[in-house]
Design a binder for this molecule. Structure first.
Ligand code: ADP
Ligand code: MG
Length: 273
């Protein structure tokens, strides 16, 4: 049990444990610590994070630049290892996986969307989406057919044969969402997926993420700087000074955005997701 801080504005993580019981959790994080040893000494990023993410939950993680959000997402997706602590995905103890098992886990269970799409610009949208399936040995025909179905799902059936480099920023992010989900993972991790888009396009891409999250029964964790989009998720957690603050929606307390300085009060159970 980790006390998340002092004073009335911060809620103990024990509240999360009660709310997202272990039996409902897809992801369990226990006493997670991460340190980097740099030329200028030790950088301690997390100081004993413990939280659960429920099956089917859409969780937003917010926090100032440099707070460790990307590092946390990498660890949750088995792309990076914590310094200590335990991480369970369903019954899989992620820290115990060999690098080969971790690669297999990532391919099967996790879809990633990044701020920058990392599509191969010379390849078509369909080829980009098919790549994770080809990487795990599926036939070209099957991979193509699944890629086309996913491009249709993200509203880009008519762009399937376009080179990725020719698509707009919003279209590229929709292709990268299709690529993330074509393997039918149980968990979607998105690191500022709308950070590089204008407000209207960001809204459309976020709405698409919400839609596929719900229709495919995903468990999704979204890092965002966008206050409004975070507020549309089931729960918001803030990473700050190595600790995780719980969803302020549940307390009704104002939620201050570092970037804009705007504050907003969420009401519990807004059903935004
Ligand atoms: N491999 C690394 N070695 C040393 N420091 C790192 C490494 N990766 C990230 N950091 C540092 O950790 C901190 C958190 O980085 P990051 O997770 O990218 O934060 P955020 O995504 O919240 O902006 C930053 O200060 C960053 O410079
Ligand atoms: Mg980051």
């Amino acid at each position: 049990m980790v006390d998340m801080g002092m004073g009335g504005s911060v809620v103990s993580v024990s509240a999360v444990h009660q709310e997202v019981g272990v039996e409902n959790a897809l992801l369990e994080v226990r006493d997670l610590r991460k340190e980097y040893v740099t030329g200028r000494g030790r950088l301690r990023l997390f100081d004993g994070l413990s939280f659960n993410v429920a099956k089917g939950e859409l969780l937003a993680i917010v926090g100032a630049s440099g707070a460790g959000k990307s590092t946390l997402l990498h660890i949750l997706g088995a792309l990076d290892a914590p310094t200590s602590g335990a991480l369970y995905f369903a019954s899989i103890h992620l820290n115990k996986l060999s690098s080969r098992q971790a690669a297999d886990f990532r391919n099967r269970e996790v879809g990633y969307v990044w701020q920058f799409h990392y599509l191969l610009p010379e390849f078509t949208a369909a080829e980009n989406v098919a790549l994770p399936l080809l990487a795990r040995g599926e036939s070209r025909k099957q991979a193509e057919s699944k890629a086309l179905a996913w491009l249709d799902e993200v509203g880009l059936a008519d762009r399937a044969e376009h080179q990725a480099g020719e698509l707009s920023g919003g279209e590229q992010q929709r292709v990268s969402l299709a690529r993330a989900l074509v393997t039918e993972p149980r968990m979607l991790l998105a690191d500022e997926p709308t950070g590089d888009l204008d407000a209207e396009t960001a809204d459309r891409v976020f709405s698409l993420i919400q839609r596929v999250h719900a229709s495919h029964g995903l468990t999704s964790i979204l890092v965002t700087h966008n206050q409004e989009l975070a507020g549309r998720c089931d729960r918001v957690m803030r990473l700050e000074a190595g600790r995780m603050e719980e969803d302020l929606a549940k307390t009704g307390k104002p939620y201050l955005d570092d970037a804009s300085g705007l504050s907003k009060t969420k009401t519990a159970g807004n059903g935004g997701c």
